[in-house]
Write a protein that binds this ligand. Sequence first.
Ligand code: N2P
Length: 395
Amino acid sequence: MTKAWAISAITLTILAACGGGGSADVNKTAPTAASVASSDTAASSAPASNLPTTAELKIYNWSDYVDPETVKDFEKSQGIKVVYDVYDSNETLEAKVLTGQSGYDVVTPSNTYIGRQIKSGAYQKLDKSLLPNLSQIDPKLMVFLKEVDPTGEYSIPYFWGMNTMGINVDKVNQALGGTPLPENQWDLLFKPEYTNKLKSCGISILDSVSDVFPLALNYLGKDPHSQTKEDLQAAADLIKKVRPDIRRFSSSGYIDDLARGDLCLTLGYGGDLNIAARRAEEAKNKVNIEVLVPKTGFGVWMDAFLIPRDASNVLNAHKYINDTLAPQVAAKNGNYVTYAPASKAAKELMEKEYTENRSIFPNDEDLEKGFMYLPMEADALKTATRMWQDIKKGV
Ligand code: N2P
């Protein structure tokens, strides 16, 4: 077992123990309404700090990654004006934070990018005395970040989730002409025999090499964390074979396309695919979307809050991070974005339809098949990115 695999396996086991799995004894940990209310109240009595008081907060977060009402509530209760901008790829965020002049107070990179950004000096240390709601996070979940923020001084987990496929059930069935879904559901995306048929109703994949290559490697039966040139080339070759059938490279726009029925197979972020399913349901447009939990595996990641070095509203950044960890706020956001919040008590407060959805809270058995995304070395990432550009260009 390579080191990377070992980390992956241990972490996913821990994740299952943290409540991803359906077998967790929820009665032991379920908060009462009273205990939740009191922890929220305790959290809102702001701890003293020497940081300057300002009236603004600039957040740069993933798109579709917060319930806007929680931001409004925060503005109202704290008297802080929030500027909220969004991105849909780690690369976009990284280009900003590495300049050292991001212009933001809070950002949320994925575990795969955090380490190199911390090392490059992009972030400042947190003042944990300003984050009383840290107690809401299951400490075991911090293992996810340990590899990339070993001292735990910079990052606070926000949500974790999976990369998987969402399908328009009727259109896929129609395009496959009654042939059942393949035993290995990833064949839908990686086997020309299927993509040739599905291209008529629209295939879209994430526009992110670091999200897609490990899935391709996993499909090939290789270590999803492999960074050798040969393995990266093998991943690229696999995708090149189906490239002519891919209509769209998209990391956020696919949500509405899928919900409208303009795509039938989408490789996306699990929560975003579930948002698409909900939007279709709400629109009553007869688009029936299923988010798959492939038995042959899927990738798991975690996103975390960090405060850029150049932040000018550091106190407010702490206040916001702390607020999102309050179980009720985390649950409200969790219901809206359909991802698993890091705040552990939040799960019990979320809608059952989401906590029982295995593409949002995979069970132990599912997680056993999944792999955790791990950072790529700079050189390997550069090589893979070049390959990705060629894939997109169709060369
Ligand atoms: C939110 C996507 C977050 C997942 N739209 C990326 N890690």
